[in-house]
Design a protein around this ligand. Structure first.
Ligand code: KIV
Ligand code: ZN
Length: 437
């Protein structure tokens, strides 16, 4: 990541701009095995969840929400297998989700017995809309649901903590984005107090968009306001859980970090309810390309993508940032030419920085190849064919030859009407220059 020059702002008269930048990785929490899994047509079986879990650990995710163990026997068994099967190393924390309901909380405590590091994540919905149409309750009633749950969780956790479990708490005011901010502060503060949070034992306050129904800057303002007003700010870790209903999950997360959040819940390729959760890969690699270490390893993105597609039976789109089949491909001639020049520039200047136009990232950083970057079709310019000859076959064609050979290739692309593979371009070169001699 050091080879990426952080975005250089153009100074604007009288303004300090930008006044904030993301300079370090947040704490990452994967919710693939819970939010992602619950949104699948065919939820993952035990083997698939285990494979996914191990991939997340290989990537370097240290907090992993493994499911909702009180929701079904399958979920319970998966939780037990992870714990009893010795799958969880000491530096990884499992997170389990539960509604703020007594019998579900009790079942969840059973499910986590014997684990070393656990985050118990409980939630209830707080938004104006949910209070009105789902719970038919006022604010006091909703707060009581949360604080009763907090009391029970605190009480049940004490023997486990005394016995050595590293058990932490997370509370989500579900539908936070649609909650009056002063009320969000009030209920979260009450939860902190009922959980006896201290600066040494901080509680995670996870602020979900749940349904993304406002612009990222509005959400960021909410986060900023919430943090400013929360009386026990030093007893809380501020976490975000953006969804992607307006297609702005990544922007929402990034702006939320700028507003002061320290932790993000996300999923690989943005799997999750409806339009999904925020995409962990894009968030992390966006940091990478700004010269910030995301502390996650996506150096073999194809392997991660294959695992994802196999276990979820979902497809990663061809234009998915950093991972899609086509994202390191240039079809247009002028783009190919500029990439060619950038590659040559880098070879000659060795500035230590990635300076190739049209490629915001070196494909090698995510384990992708240079070879498929240039494809030759009827839209390609004269430089593209020469680039393929150089990169795929080591032939450095003299500049004067580029127009003529480019024309030969173009005639062939017009004739066949499809893209030409590198081998065919070599074939044309051979037919016209080597065999013709
Ligand atoms: O989106 C959401 O609000 C959730 C909560 C359970 C955290 O998934
Ligand atoms: Zn969610």
């Amino acid at each position: 990541f050091e080879k990426y020059i952080p975005f250089q702002p153009i100074p604007m008269a009288g303004r300090k701009w930008p006044d904030r930048q993301i300079t370090k990785a947040p704490v990452w929490c994967s919710v693939d095995l819970r939010d992602g899994n619950q949104a699948l047509v065919d939820p993952m079986n035990l083997q698939e969840k285990l494979e996914y879990f191990h991939t997340l650990m290989d990537i370097g995710v240290k907090e992993i929400e493994i499911g909702f163990p009180s929701a079904s026997e399958t979920e319970y068994e998966i939780c037990r297998e992870l714990i009893d099967g010795g799958h969880i190393p000491d530096d990884v924390t499992i997170q389990v989700l539960v509604q703020a309901r007594e019998h579900l909380i009790k079942k969840t405590f059973e499910a986590i017995k014997g684990a070393k590091n656990v985050i118990l994540h409980f939630y209830n919905s707080t938004s104006t809309l949910q209070r009105k149409v789902v719970f038919h309750s006022d604010m006091a009633g909703i707060t009581k649901i949360a604080t009763d749950a907090a009391d029970l969780i605190y009480e049940m956790s004490q023997p486990m903590i005394e016995a050595g479990m590293n058990l932490r708490f997370e509370y989500s005011p579900e539908s936070f984005m649609g909650t009056e901010m002063d009320y969000a502060v009030e209920i979260c503060q009450a939860v902190l107090e009922h959980l006896h949070a201290t600066p040494e034992r901080r509680v995670i306050l996870n602020l979900p968009s749940t349904v993304e129904n406002c612009m990222p800057n509005y959400f960021a303002d909410e986060i900023e306001y919430f943090i400013e007003k929360l009386p026990s700010r030093d007893c809380a870790i501020i976490s975000l859980h953006p969804h992607n209903d307006r297609g702005c999950g990544v922007a929402t997360a990034e702006m939320g970090l700028l507003a002061g959040a320290e932790r993000i819940e996300a999923t690989l390729f943005g799997n999750g309810e409806r339009t999904g959760n925020v995409d962990l890969v894009t968030l992390a690699m966006n940091m990478w390309t700004q010269g910030v270490d995301p502390e996650l390893d996506f150096s073999d993105i194809n392997k991660i993508r294959d695992m994802y597609e196999r276990t979820t039976k979902m497809k990663v789109g061809e234009r998915q940032p950093y991972a899609g089949e086509l994202v390191f491909t240039a079809f247009s001639g002028s783009h190919q030419d500029a990439i060619n020049k950038g590659t040559q520039w880098m070879a000659q200047h060795d500035s230590g920085y990635w300076e190739v136009p049209y490629l915001p990232i070196d494909p090698a950083d995510v384990g992708r190849q240079y070879e498929p970057i240039i494809r030759i079709n009827s839209q390609s310019g004269k430089g593209g064919a020469a680039f393929v000859m150089q990169h795929s076959f080591g032939f450095d064609l003299p500049k004067a030859m580029h127009p003529e050979f480019g024309h030969i290739v173009q005639v062939e692309t017009d004739r066949v009407g499809t893209e030409l593979k590198a081998e065919r371009i070599y074939g044309l070169f051979k037919e016209n220059y080597i065999d013709a001699d």
